[in-house]
Ligand binder design. Structure first.
Ligand code: XMP
Length: 587
């Protein structure tokens, strides 16, 4: 199937959001590198150039093939994409010093094509989301301004003769409610795309593809209990029948309460015959003894997975000719771009298994979901009859509770500062493209607003997170960091706290309102209560950026009341930090 729309990736995280939004219109869209040659894009109905963090004046910033601009294919530039078009066609891009990040109001002055239906009654303004430094000051010859904001005179421009358009804001994000209308105006109105994309109706052809690739061979999976591998496994099960598809789940001992039973039962319900659980709890725990540094933990866990998988591959004869490997790889994992660099890094431990690499090199691999996004995988899963409690699960990291159970070799006291207390426990954060590993700031009451939280974190460059103390058994100044490692007892404590939080947030419906809700154990407390629990509910679209979410007061009371009874717990903190500067996990 040929895509109708290609989204050219100009860096950052936006290209996949745009492609997903176009697919929501029922139109098949793909993502490709910004420099893709015009000749390779022949036959497309339209091209969208994504936003990105660069300036057109930066040396080496993303570019497009200039032939595209005279190819006659309709083009829509978003943010950096707009600036790229303006710059290439002789308009003037002004270098911004401070930039503009956040909500703005769009004043539509021309609703002939791109902004059709948006002017409405006189005086109607639309909320939009801006995130840029540079601005188009003068459009190229033949282009006219279509909309403005108070600070941006050319918030949208276009040329109906050339079929080229651009906007300075981000129509693909949820903060721009009229964005989907604008994308539809381009995709349907300007490009004339027809509806050709419905993932749930592709199940038959996916199953046929699986049968074609497998031929007479059987398929085995390493399943994680996550959405992608479960749906991929189920498709293979349906395509080949239960006797020809095996799945092994590795129990690392780093999973949440009840996880192994949940996965076992789910696969039994799906009709799997060849489902096996490999108990590797002891192996992982003994390899992790005494380790504090987060990257070191990740490395050891990766190595153990390699060892265990290698043993299963050989022991079960999966490397022999009668078998191929099934994987739950989804579309964003297959494409190299700024936004997915982290995903590549995260998944390295799978690729490093020599046996698996051998299978990949020999083409003995099937990835039935490699052209779908997560929401589409869920739609396919629903159509297959996989129950919602499996499909709607929050993402859970491969290294599991190990990265939510912080360790320390250090015993020291918090330091009082004007804003609150600096706790002597360090967590991972991210600023720009670099990783930070810094202490956190704890305040005793909840800040009144998000702006107040942001101000706190902006004032102190020595921390990367702000926490509010939600429950304390002793004043903060009387607690200290504790020497602590990954032990069965501490993992048990975290598992218990996590199960309480999950149960209560599920019962209250709060679980549905957040994208992910890590519960973290930190070695900070008193002699007889050496640990504290951190609550980290966040909202996100893809995990690349995230917003801290405040839960309703009564739910917080219920949660802290039950957490207070967890043995060894000294305090409950609430992480109020967005990503950036904090990451979602603490590590
Ligand atoms: P951070 O902490 O970097 O996390 O803000 C972003 C998202 O990635 C998930 N995550 C992982 N997922 N294996 C995974 O499959 C991993 O090693 C891993 N590390 C982080 C994290 O839960 C969040 O959703």
């Amino acid at each position: 199937m040929q895509p109708q729309i290609t989204v050219l990736d100009a860096g950052g995280q936006y290209c996949h959001l745009i492609a997903r939004k176009v697919r929501e219109l029922g139109v098949y869209a793909e993502v490709a590198p910004s420099e893709t040659r015009a000749s390779e894009l022949a036959g497309r109905k339209g091209i969208i150039i994504s936003g990105g963090p660069a300036s057109v004046y930066d040396p080496g910033s993303p570019t497009i093939d200039p032939a595209l601009l005279t190819s006659g294919i309709p083009i829509f530039g978003i943010c950096y994409g707009l600036q790229l078009i303006a710059h290439a066609l002789g308009g003037i891009v002004e270098k911004g010093e401070r930039g503009e990040y956040g909500f703005a109001e769009l004043n539509v002055t021309d609703e002939d094509t791109l902004l059709k239906g948006l002017r409405g009654d006189k005086g109607v303004r639309h909320q939009i989301w801006m995130s840029h430094r540079d601005l188009v000051a003068t459009p190229p010859a033949g282009f006219r301004a279509l909309a403005s904001t108070d600070t941006c005179p050319i918030a949208a421009m276009g040329s109906d003769e050339k079929h080229i358009y651009g906007v300075q804001f981000h129509p693909e994000v949820a903060h721009t409610p009229c964005g989907q209308q604008i994308l539809a105006n381009f995709v349907e109105g300007v490009c004339g795309c027809r509806k050709d994309w419905d993932p749930a109706r592709q199940i038959e052809s996916i199953e046929q593809h699986i049968r074609d690739v497998a031929g007479g061979r059987n398929i085995f999976f390493f399943v994680s209990g996550g959405v992608d591998s479960t749906v991929a496994y189920t498709l293979c099960l349906k395509a080949l029948g239960p006797d020809r598809v095996h799945g092994t789940y590795v129990d690392s001992g780093l999973m949440r309460e009840g996880e192994t039973e949940f996965v076992r039962e789910s696969f039994a319900k799906l009709g799997a015959h060849g489902f096996f659980v490999e108990d590797a709890r002891e192996r992982f725990l003994s390899a992790l003894a005494g380790i504090v540094e987060p990257e070191r933990k990740r490395h050891v866990i990766g190595e153990k997975f390699v060892e265990v998988q290698e043993r299963i591959l050989e022991g079960e004869h999966y490397l022999e000719g009668g078998w191929i490997l099934g994987q739950g790889t989804i579309y964003p994992d297959t494409i190299e771009s700024g936004g997915t660099a982290k995903a590549d890094l995260i998944k390295t431990h799978h690729n490093r298994v020599a046996g698996i690499q051998k299978l990949i090199d020999a083409g003995r691999i099937i990835e039935p979901l490699s052209s779908f996004y997560k929401d589409e995988v869920r739609a396919i899963g629903r159509q297959l009859g996989i129950p919602p409690e499996m499909l709607e699960r929050h993402p859970f990291p491969g290294p599991g509770l190990a990265i939510r159970c912080l360790c320390s070799n250090d015993e020291s006291s918090p330091q009082q500062v004007e804003e609150g207390w600096i706790l002597p426990i360090r967590s991972v954060g991210v600023q720009g493209d670099s990783r930070t590993y810094r202490p956190v700031l704890a305040v005793e009451g909840f800040p009144a607003s998000e702006a107040e939280t942001a101000a706190l974190i902006n004032r102190r460059t020595d921390v990367n997170r702000v926490l509010a103390a939600a429950y304390l058994t002793r004043p903060l100044g009387e607690m200290r960091s504790r020497t602590a490692h990954l032990t069965a007892a501490r993992l048990g404590r975290l598992r218990q706290a996590d199960a309480i939080v999950r149960r209560l947030s599920f019962a209250s419906g709060f679980e549905k309102e957040v994208w992910q809700f890590p519960v973290v154990l930190v070695p900070f407390g008193t002699a007889d209560r050496p640990d504290s629990v951190v609550l980290r509910p966040i909202d996100s679209v893809d995990g690349m950026t995230a917003r801290a979410v405040r839960m309703p007061e009564d739910l917080l009371h219920k949660i802290t009341a039950e957490l207070a009874a967890v043995d060894g717990g000294a305090a409950v903190f609430y992480d109020l930090t967005n990503k950036p500067p904090g990451t979602i996990e603490w590590e």
